[in-house]
Design a protein around this ligand. Structure first.
Ligand code: NAP
Length: 460
């Protein structure tokens, strides 16, 4: 393919990536943004395949078929609650691919090492470092979320110092490699050290800090792609990798803010705590219990309602019946809105995706900052399968893993109704004082069952 045409096609694909990304920033345009980004990727792939005859098409088509089949099965089989792990694994594959490509390119260069330019020589070890840390770190994060390994922080003495020492060793190995690129075993040392670093930088992170790891790994996978782009002199890979890297870091910062963690703290693997507060158990104290019938009566008399969805909504798959309730209440003339906490659920945007699936109107989906001051003028705050994001311990309890995280002010509403199965704590393992509040009513049971009952009564 003509090189001007290739450059033009890459530029066009990059513009599609940028436009697609921009559209992803609003739920209204997100679906179209996704399609536009995918179109950009298709163009980039087709042009690369026709431009560079790297391997023969039989292998490419075989890989495409196997990959598509696995992707199709996963997309159909993985539950909504398993999406964070899935995203983690996919980020990891991006990093792993960068490692493989960087090493393969080093092998391909063969005797040409001596004439290879300095920037390529520097980016090979860099790509191996970022790619491997992303791959291994993402797998550890996914294993933690899947419950294959403990979700609690694993801490040991001099953790940060050993991580820093490993990083320093990788930098030194890189310098030696650049001075003498024929020493292939230096790259193997870098891969081994990066593998250990991938594990040791993620295991101390646990509990409520997990979203930061997922979005940080997403950013790393982009950076790994961008460095590989430099190795291959492929402009579209550099641009798309940089876009993923920067948007991932912006998301990381948003998540950090939402959880009151500093980015430096995350980057140097200081995230996590040796907090050993209450485990997953319920306190033996009295709460006010409501049946769906009682709740319906109270809702009937209310004018303004704010709904706070959480992870339990995804577990119960109650988003459709919830939206049905919202439509019923709106038809009855009540003001109903959703309040979305940035880390509600198990991945960034989890609640938005869930509610979009149920066709919840975008104009009643409110972000925390938009709606938090309105709770005080609201009749009922309905908390559906949410826990940590409404836990007042985040405001008051210094030793809690949630301390400092901004929460939704549901306790400022006139009445709080909590729909969950028990008094068990949420993801962070912290008991929730809200359940024992004077104006709190607990509606125990599976959210879908309770809401289905509620809707039936409201419709009568
Ligand atoms: P949460 O604190 O994990 O609480 C979810 C609650 O849902 C649980 O207490 C559980 O109580 C209830 N539940 C589970 N299944 C249910 C069902 N079938 N019906 C009704 N209730 C059910 O959730 P959250 O308030 O959404 O907070 C999210 C937490 O996850 C935060 O700590 C956040 O940091 C963390 N996290 C977030 C992300 C992200 O990116 N959003 C990623 C990883 C981790 P019962 O067992 O009593 O029913």
């Amino acid at each position: 393919m003509n090189s001007t045409l290739t450059a033009f096609a890459y530029l066009f694909a990059s513009v599609l990536f940028i436009v697609g990304l921009k559209m992803l920033s609003s739920p209204r345009t997100a679906r179209r943004g996704n399609v536009i980004g995918a179109l950009g990727m298709l163009i980039a792939i087709v042009v690369t395949l026709t431009d560079k005859k790297i391997i023969d098409f039989t292998l490419i088509i075989a890989g495409l078929l196997v990959g598509s089949a696995i992707g199709l099965v996963l997309a159909r089989k993985v539950q909504m609650t398993g999406m964070p792990q899935m995203v983690g694994v996919l980020n990891g594959f991006g990093g792993g691919a960068s490692t493989l490509v960087a090493y393969a390119e080093y092998m391909r260069l063969g005797e040409l090492h001596t004439t290879t330019s300095l920037d390529v020589l520097i980016t090979i070890p860099l790509s191996l470092l970022i790619g491997t840390v992303t791959f291994v770190g993402s797998m550890v994060a996914a294993a933690k979320l899947q419950g294959i390994m403990t979700g609690a922080p694993i801490l040991y003495p001099f953790q940060k110092q050993t991580n820093a020492a490993m990083l320093a060793a990788i930098v030194i190995l890189t310098v030696f490699f650049v001075m003498n690129p024929a020493q292939w075993y230096l790259l193997i040392f870098i891969i081994v050290l990066s593998t250990v670093l991938g594990v040791t930088s993620v295991i101390p992170i646990g509990g409520a800090d997990m979203p930061v790891v997922i979005s940080l790994m997403n950013s790393y996978s982009g950076l790994a792609g961008a460095t590989t782009g430099f190795i291959l002199s492929n402009s579209v890979l550099i641009i798309s990798g940089t876009l993923v890297g920067t948007s991932g870091i912006i998301l990381t910062q948003i998540m950090c803010k939402a959880m009151n963690r500093s980015l430096g703290n995350v980057l140097f693997a200081g995230v996590g705590t040796d907090y050993s507060g209450p485990a997953a158990r319920a306190e033996q104290r009295t709460v006010v219990r409501y049946t769906p019938d009682d709740a319906a009566m109270m809702i009937d008399n209310a004018q303004s309602i704010i709904i706070v969805p959480g992870y339990g909504l995804a577990v119960a798959q109650a988003q459709h019946v919830l939206q049905e309730m919202v439509s019923t209440l709106t038809a009855l003339g009540k003001t109903v809105r959703y309040a979305i906490h940035p880390v509600a659920g198990r991945m960034p945007g989890h609640m938005n995706v869930l509610l979009a699936e149920a066709n919840a109107p975008y104009d009643i989906l409110m972000e925390m900052d938009q709606i938090n001051d309105d709770f005080q003028n609201t009749d009922i705050a309905m908390v559906i399968g949410a826990n940590d994001v409404v836990n007042p311990a985040a405001r008051t309890k210094k030793e809690s893993p949630l301390y400092g995280m901004p929460i939704l002010n549901v306790d400022h509403a006139r009445t709080v109704m909590v729909f969950k199965r028990s008094l068990n704590p949420g993801f962070a393992g912290e008991d929730n004082e809200l359940f024992y509040g004077k104006s709190t009513m607990m509606v125990f049971g599976d959210a879908k069952t309770s809401l289905t009952g509620l809707v039936q009564i409201l419709k009568k």
